[in-house]
Ligand binder design. Structure first.
Ligand SMILES: NC(=O)c1ccc[n+]([C@@H]2O[C@H](COP(=O)([O-])OP(=O)(O)OC[C@H]3O[C@@H](n4cnc5c(N)ncnc54)[C@H](OP(=O)(O)O)[C@@H]3O)[C@@H](O)[C@H]2O)c1
Length: 252
């Protein structure tokens, strides 16, 4: 039985994997509450529809992960509703934008996209930990998880390339380990992990799906169902580690 019946906080829920996490958490029994964030709640059509469907269980608040003051403001808004979170899930991530994509070679490195990837993929979960870890200082099991990626593993890197994405996810993984060490002291029931969702059919992977065999490209529904099972089964000894959607550890 899934243990997620308290309040969950999902950061980066406008679309893709984050939106599907919110959907599945709301569909789950026993019932829990969900606080979802996105950059522009007014434009988040799907989240608005879910709020209409679950007015007592879903709250949507604004958070732009590249602006710390919005993270601090979100923490204040959450504190008005609850002192305790059972799950904090950092989903927001970036691989490509309108004018940049993953680099194939050193000549393509540009400081601004590099900075952008690090700000969203690495600094984002770290700043959320800074402003939200007090919500995990309760005496029950809780999980602080960040969507990582297998390509952030240094030992697994055989192809190279994708400097900004690989580097920022590797940095995120180091922050995950660091946060796990600090929280073991101040919030000993909190489990801190990184999660690889598989290759999932979303805007993020769309330009790169051509070479992915059909059976290895998951709909978000399948990936999220698997990730929630992994989250549900984590123990204290798992804190600081990175897991894939099957629950297998990915070595750093
Ligand atoms: N899809 C895959 O195959 C795959 C594989 C491995 C890992 N992952 C990881 O899984 C996570 C989710 O990916 P996805 O496939 O669902 O991606 P997606 O469909 O592209 O969604 C990305 C999400 O991140 C949000 N976001 C981007 N920049 C943000 C910012 N500055 N502040 C706040 N939110 C921001 C987006 O919000 P807006 O709508 O406002 O842009 C959107 O909700 C990412 O961390 C990604 O690295 C995905």
């Amino acid at each position: 039985m899934m243990q997620l019946d308290g309040t969950s906080f999902v950061q980066g829920a406008s679309r893709g994997i984050g939106l599907e996490v919110v959907r599945q958490l709301l569909g789950m029994q026993p019932e829990g509450r969900v606080i979802a964030t996105c950059r522009r709640p007014a434009d988040a059509t799907e989240l608005k529809a879910l709020t209409a469907q679950y007015p007592k269980r879903l709250r949507v608040i604004a958070l732009e992960v590249r602006e710390e003051k919005t993270i601090a403001a979100a923490a204040k808004a959450v504190a008005l509703e609850t002192k305790e979170l059972q799950l904090i899930l950092n989903v927001a991530g970036i691989l490509h934008g309108p004018d940049f994509g993953p680099e194939k070679k050193l000549a393509q490195i540009q400081p601004e996209p590099l900075r952008h990837a690090f700000e969203v993929n690495a600094f984002g979960p770290l700043l959320v930990a800074k402003h939200f870890h007090d919500f995990l200082r309760h005496g029950r099991r809780s999980v602080f998880a960040s969507l990582s990626a297998r390509v952030g593993s240094i030992s697994d890197n055989r192809l190279g390339g994708w400097y900004a994405y690989r580097g920022s996810k590797a940095a995120q993984n180091m922050f995950t380990k660091n946060i796990s060490i600090e929280l073991a002291r101040v919030a000993p029931h909190a489990i801190v992990v990184g999660l690889h969702p598989g290759t999932v059919d979303t805007d993020l992977s769309r330009p790169f799906q051509r070479n992915v065999p059909a059976k290895q490209l998951f709909p978000a529904s399948k990936s999220v169902a698997a990730l929630l099972q992994v989250i549900d089964s984590l123990d204290r000894e798992d804190s600081g580690k990175i897991f894939d959607f099957r629950g297998n550890e990915i070595k750093p």
